[in-house]
Design a protein around this ligand. Structure first.
Ligand code: HEM
Length: 128
């Protein structure tokens, strides 16, 4: 399933619902909550939403406002070890379930997130 096909099925509406379902879980999360800007969660939600819309071939709002994603570099300030990566995927998996997209699109998005999430790991596991 190619990117355009994914976007044509999910659309702005699907990505809006997905990112809302993801960010709704952030404030109460013990690992991820402290990493995200409490005073600008709506902005963070919009950045992820805009990125996904652009990445899957929709309007390029994200590029116009944020420039090239450079995701690894932009995540470097945040301590992302395996536990944080796995928690992020857990919350995104919950969000995907809640959004209830067609099975094929759901699987393609999960694979995409899973790969990028591993790529974002930038710290060794701390032994605590
Ligand atoms: C692996 C665990 C991850 C952690 C702990 C994490 C954490 C964060 C945090 C704390 C921010 C800053 C929020 C903001 O103010 O925008 C952020 C931004 C962002 N994240 Fe992640 N993230 C993870 C994985 C991912 C993945 C898998 C993707 C995409 C598939 C992604 C896409 C983004 C985007 C697009 C932004 C906004 C970048 C910008 O324009 O500044 N993140 N992330």
């Amino acid at each position: 399933m190619d990117d355009q096909e994914i976007y044509s099925i999910v659309g702005e509406d699907g990505f809006t619902r997905l990112t809302a379902a993801f960010y709704r879980q952030i404030p109460n999360d013990d690992i991820l909550g402290p990493m995200y800007p409490a005073e600008d969660l709506a902005g963070a939600e919009e950045r992820l939403r805009g990125f996904l819309v652009f990445r899957f071939g929709g309007p390029q709002r994200y590029l116009e406002t944020r420039g090239h994603p450079r995701l690894r570099m932009r995540h470097n300030p945040f301590p992302i070890d395996l536990a944080a990566r796995n928690r992020w995927m857990e919350l995104m998996t919950n969000a995907l379930m809640e959004t209830a997209l067609p099975a094929e699109v759901n699987a393609a998005l999960w694979e995409f997130f899973n790969g990028v999430a591993t790529f974002m790991i930038n710290r060794q596991e701390t032994n605590s």
